[in-house]
Design a protein around this ligand. Structure first.
Ligand code: GLC
Length: 536
């Protein structure tokens, strides 16, 4: 049990740096702010690793996912010295640091693209995907941009189109060019040499497309209400996920493995066919360490559906591979809004007791809700292009205190996105004082995950339960732990957990259940979840 690498036993916490902690007083979070909050992360909350969304120099057309220099820090967030300091301070607290790596596209202001677009004969021309229009001058194929409109932009100067899978200012790199591959692997080495512990790889499945650039099949009519949402009308079989992607990640993996100790990678893979998803671990586990598992964000929130997700994950992760679970991130609707207050507590119990690495999004530990951002304050390019798709509501500033600015920024400063309306009551300081707050529940869960080897590493086994309950065992062969979760507001009758054994309650979703329980006699109250350490 001791030879598991840290990423299998860790709980990862995602920091969206713009919204975490502002120390410069400009209403945007920064790296110095992350340093200020490291004690909260490591001691108060008790996570093991942080993943920081992009802080690279960027024109911020997609808030940092449009990178203009892979080897520096945007002045808005600090500088390389601040980053080095952050890394040292995190490591001093035993916190690993994962950074975002955006290989599919650069900003159109990246020097590589400026060169590439300067002339057809520029040596970097082929670093991006340039094509002539078809005979009538229209774009080379029917591919659509994820954030609205077509995926090809006409370039007047050189008379060709370039590919952009996201906004116009995010030009797709040509990963079929070996120079691009080498230059991008060098950007990994730059950060590995500084000591980062791993990378979260942005839209990892997108980097290899059909070499013939064939049209995607169209499966739905373009809706008049959303004329820009062509993306949703296609099956994305040619603009992403070409099998050559695995060779590229083998090379990424080789770079990570060449460091001591070896470093970690987790890919953002929006792939919902399970075998295809699992293929990102690599044929001989020589691919990504993990493809993010977003299935819980999509599955209907019922005991039956969630149980099926977990059982499928247990089945499809290749032997020797390690599962992971995600409940939220900066692209999704906040979990507290998706599930409501009660089931958000059940989700916390689930996330932190399954077999697999949990990733927790900043603010979800206090139940931040999806904010309603008025149109004039909207920032996200997706929401501006395609009404209803905006992600700003899940990116509002972290709420630390009940002060004006929520402790995120100084009073009198307007944050880049408004703090949520409930900031004076829903914040870290207030929740720390209350034993029945969501934050207190997260702290208890993180503490027992550290304490109980079965929760970190034990085998997973489903237990039979009533229709609306989900129960399972985590067994390390020594001190097993059972978990039973009620997904509804109805009482689950005693005996619905058809398992033998009795034990002591480690954590319950409310504070009302303590002491000993006999599993077969357990009656779960409305929205109740319990974690029980079984007698052996
Ligand atoms: C990923 C990121 C998202 C970004 C997109 C383009 O999906 O998570 O925030 O907009 O890639 O880089």
């Amino acid at each position: 049990m001791t030879d598991h690498p840290w990423w299998e036993t860790a709980v990862i916490y995602q920091i969206y740096p713009r919204s975490f902690q502002d120390t410069s007083g400009n209403g945007v979070g920064d790296l110095a702010g992350v340093i200020e909050r490291l004690d909260y992360l490591s001691s108060t909350l008790g996570v093991d690793a942080i993943w920081i969304s992009p802080f690279y120099p960027s024109p911020m057309k997609d808030f940092g996912y449009d990178v203009s220099d892979y080897c520096d820090v945007d002045p808005m967030f600090g500088d390389l010295a601040t980053f080095d300091h952050l890394l040292a301070e995190a490591h001093r607290r035993d916190l690993k640091v994962i950074i975002d790596w955006v290989p599919n596209h650069t900003s159109d202001q990246h020097p590589w693209f400026l060169e590439s677009r300067s002339s057809r004969s520029n040596p970097k021309r082929d670093w991006y995907v340039w094509r002539d229009g078809i005979t009538d001058g229209s774009p080379p194929n029917n591919w659509a941009a994820a954030f609205g409109g077509g995926a090809w932009e006409w370039d007047e100067t050189t008379g060709q189109y370039y590919l952009h899978s996201f906004v116009v200012e995010q030009a797709d790199l040509n990963w079929r060019n070996p120079e691009v591959e080498e230059a991008m692997l060098d950007t990994l080495r730059f950060w590995l040499d500084r000591g980062v512990d791993g990378f979260r790889i942005d839209v990892a499945h997108l980097i290899m497309k059909d070499p013939e650039l064939r049209d995607n099949p169209v499966v739905a009519e373009l809706n008049d209400d959303f004329p820009l949402a062509a993306y949703a009308t296609q099956r994305h079989i040619h603009d992403r996920g070409h099998p050559d992607v695995h060779e590229a990640f083998r090379k990424v993996r080789a770079v990570l493995d060449s460091y001591q100790p070896p470093r970690y990678s987790v890919g953002e893979i929006h792939e919902y066919d399970w075998p295809t998803w699992a293929s990102y671990y690599g044929e001989d586990l020589d691919g990504l360490h993990m493809p993010f598992n977003f299935a819980m964000l999509r599955a209907p929130w019922t005991a039956r559906h969630i149980r099926r997700v977990v059982e499928t994950v247990e089945e499809v992760v290749p032997p020797g591979g390690w599962p992971n679970y995600v409940l939220g991130n900066h692209d999704e609707i906040r979990v507290a809004t998706r599930l409501g207050e009660n089931q958000t507590r059940i989700a916390a119990l689930l996330l932190l007791t399954l077999r697999g690495t949990p990733t927790l999004y900043n603010g979800d530990e206090i139940g931040l809700v999806q904010a309603d951002i008025p149109p004039e304050l909207q920032q996200d390019p997706w929401g501006r292009n395609v009404p209803g798709m905006g992600r700003d509501g899940g990116r509002t500033p972290m709420q630390w205190t009940d002060a004006e600015g929520a402790g995120f920024t100084q009073p009198g400063v307007s944050p880049w996105l408004p703090t949520s309306a409930d900031a004076s009551t829903r914040n870290v300081a207030t929740q720390l004082k209350s034993p029945d707050s969501l934050l207190s529940l997260y702290r208890r869960l993180l503490a027992i995950r550290r304490q109980e080897p079965a929760l970190r590493l034990g085998a997973y086994q489903s237990l039979e339960a009533g229709r609306d309950a989900f129960a399972y065992l985590r067994d390390d062969g020594r001190s097993p732990v059972a978990v039973a979760l009620n997904f509804t507001g109805d009482v689950q009758p005693a005996g619905s957990i058809a398992a033998s054994g009795a034990g002591r309650v480690l954590v319950s979703s409310g504070l009302d259940r303590e002491g000993r329980v006999v599993l077969g006699e357990l009656e779960l109250g409305p929205h109740e979840g319990v974690v029980v350490k079984l007698d052996r």
